[in-house]
Write a protein that binds this ligand. Structure first.
Ligand code: C5P
Length: 210
């Protein structure tokens, strides 16, 4: 069974995907982390993330060690990720890894949950369940702010909101695999729902398909 979860930054996809994977003993792939690793490769080398050649090279020979780097979740890394993610060659280089993960999850796992921006539309168009998780930009920015504060980082709401909006625009506006719900995706607006409510709703949807 394959579950595809898409949606904009900080909508709660990751938490939902992780919890579903744990409940149903499915493997979980955070596909945003792959784009972040490409972005972080460039930032660490002092290369501008709009440098197509360098991004292409970083995605061809992806350093998976960066998935554990403490800078992977930084706001700057997310921004760099959305720039390299607009490059068709980068997306093509990361596609096989994601498709293979979905088709052949690790031993002992009964299925796979993938979250990202194009899982239901491009990576797993035949997924058994497609969820499109959204929330207003303000709610998402506030969640991000609380998350950063929780990590002891300084967080300015207006700066985060501007960042969230810029990332939405880039992710939805790009030509290749833009962020949009698949035609058969179910929409989950989490603006007024806490994570437990979202989780229970998603669990019911998975159980209907088991
Ligand atoms: O989900 P996360 O915020 O970690 O993703 C970082 C960036 O990677 C996104 O803003 C998006 O541009 C890109 N991404 C993508 N396709 C995916 C996952 C992430 O383009 N499947």
């Amino acid at each position: 069974m394959i579950i595809a979860i898409d949606g904009p930054a900080a909508a709660g996809k990751g938490t939902l995907a992780r919890r579903l994977a744990e409940k149903f003993n499915f493997a979980y792939l955070d596909t945003g982390a792959l784009y972040r690793a490409v972005g972080l490769t460039l930032l660490k080398q002092g290369i501008d993330p709009t440098d197509t050649k360098a991004a292409e090279a970083a995605s061809t020979d992806l350093d998976l060690g960066l998935l554990d780097d403490s800078d992977l979740r930084a706001e700057a890394t997310g921004g760099a990720a959305s720039k390299v993610a607009a490059m068709p060659a980068v997306r093509a280089n990361l596609l096989d890894f994601q498709k293979n993960f979905a088709k052949r999850p690790p031993e002992g796992k009964a299925g796979a949950v993938l979250d990202g921006r194009d899982i239901g539309t491009v990576v797993c168009p035949d997924a058994d369940l497609k969820l499109f998780v959204t929330a207003s930009p303000e709610v998402r920015a506030e969640r991000r702010r609380l998350e950063m504060e929780g990590r002891g980082q300084r967080a300015d709401f207006d700066a985060i909101l501007a960042d969230v909006r810029a990332r939405d625009e880039r992710d939805m506006g790009r030509k290749d695999a833009p962020l949009k719900p698949a035609e058969d995706a179910l929409l989950l607006d989490t603006s007024n729902l806490d994570i437990d409510a979202v989780f229970l709703r998603a669990v019911a949807l998975v159980q209907e398909r088991l």
